[in-house]
Design a protein. Sequence first.
Length: 519
Amino acid sequence: MLDGARKVLQQVYGYPEFREGQKNIITHLLEGKDTLGIMPTGGGKSICYQVPAMLMEGVTLVISPLISLMKDQVDALGVLGVPATFINSTLEAREVEQRMQGAMQGKYKLLYIAPERLESERFRARMAALNLPFVAIDEAHCVSQWGHDFRPSYVSIAPFIRELPNRPIVAAFTATATAEVTADIARLLELDQAGIFVNGFSRDNLELTILRGENKRDYIHNYVKEHTHQPGIIYAATRKDVEELYESLRKKGYAAGKYHAGLTDDERSYMQEAFLYDDIRVMIATNAFGMGIDKSNVRYVIHYNMPKNMEAYYQEAGRAGRDGEPSECILLFSAQDIMTQKFLIEQNQLSPERKANEYKKLQTMIDYCYSPRCLRNVILHYFDETNIKDTCGNCSSCKDDRDTVDITVEAQKIFSCIRRMNERFGISMVASVLKGSKAKKIVEYRFDRLPTHGIMRDLPEKEISDLINVLISEGFLQLSEGQYPVVRLMQPAAEVLQGKLPVFQKVRKQQVKAAAVDN
Ligand code: ADP
Ligand code: ZN
């Protein structure tokens, strides 16, 4: 079955072999069965429906919300010698009519449309008159209210297919793999016992890095300076951050652009074009930038803030290295990002059920940021990828040869002590109380009667201070400004105290050994 398909792949595209995931999907489709393909951007989805389309009689309908990409796709197919066209709102009525006529005459193998088109009764009647063996639906998560991008027009897809005289084979594709969304897609698109394939999440050319406790602004400046000639994207959580970063990079003379929903349509399309043509090297953007950006040579994606969940993260990070060349994905994490994301969840008016779901997904994202495990494997497990190999050897966890120790209990002791001292003292005073000092000032304040007095007496006071500093750099604690800075608890510290958030520290191997000998 796959031999014919392979021949098409070689003759039309010039590729010697399908990727593992493509094989499964194409075989399934050619057996005449509905398919739900879960693939990240750049996973090789287009070939999964284009090749079967070429092997079937009649025209294949491709439904996609990405109007800006349709022309590119159709042009690319034209170059390969595959007759294809698109119909969308950018065309004049006469042009639409011409293309419809062409479709009726069997001129095209693939016809791309936006879902809104299905709302036209005339269009549906025309489709019913065609030989339409196969319908491919891109960005299929848009049908689900659970997804991050619900589009009402996707709801018309199922009735449209139901009313066709001959039920075509249906293939739906998405990069969103959560159980709720997957189930929703299969149900709402009325897929018939669909095979579900999760594939292509392993992007071996991406080097995943998480950095905690960096001065983010300095880091970005240095990074951009060292990569001035490479295209890259920096995602920030808010428009304000985008504007600030953009201004500061422009001031230093870098070819920076910006993109967020607060810009006019003209500004946005200008920025997008300039980035595509390399007039802008580094794009500073909110998550509004991306869907439909098909730039293959993006060499790095830096997240200035932690995104709201793993789907969003991997979709954005996955915009790096679509050409298969080595590329970097760097996430700059600070505990403050947790607060920002929680604030954003609270701002949305969500049902209690949805809200709980958002919090759950946020927690998984936080756990990823603290994970000492191979980052690629964490991601692949999260997305239920079928083929998981060994650790990648190329992520910040794999490359970090230090040992990770769980310091949750120590952190809890420190936070609890700071809280009992009413968050009004500096690092050394907190460390002395934890050490169990009977210094005059401590006795005066009656801190020697606190239950946390002396609970870390086994450690040298210097080490207690160091730990407090680590917790500050990780964003659990904050130092007030001024001459006598006091240590205060940040939101994540409360979560640690409630046992909801673990705390890890990397230490050099020798240090761990020394600690072990002490015990
Ligand atoms: P998606 O539509 O999933 O974002 P594409 O279909 O555009 O991804 O594929 C991403 C890139 O991988 C493209 O450059 C494509 O030509 C390439 N590609 C896809 N399948 C193969 C294959 N079997 N062999 C080699 N390259 C492939
Ligand atoms: Zn790894």
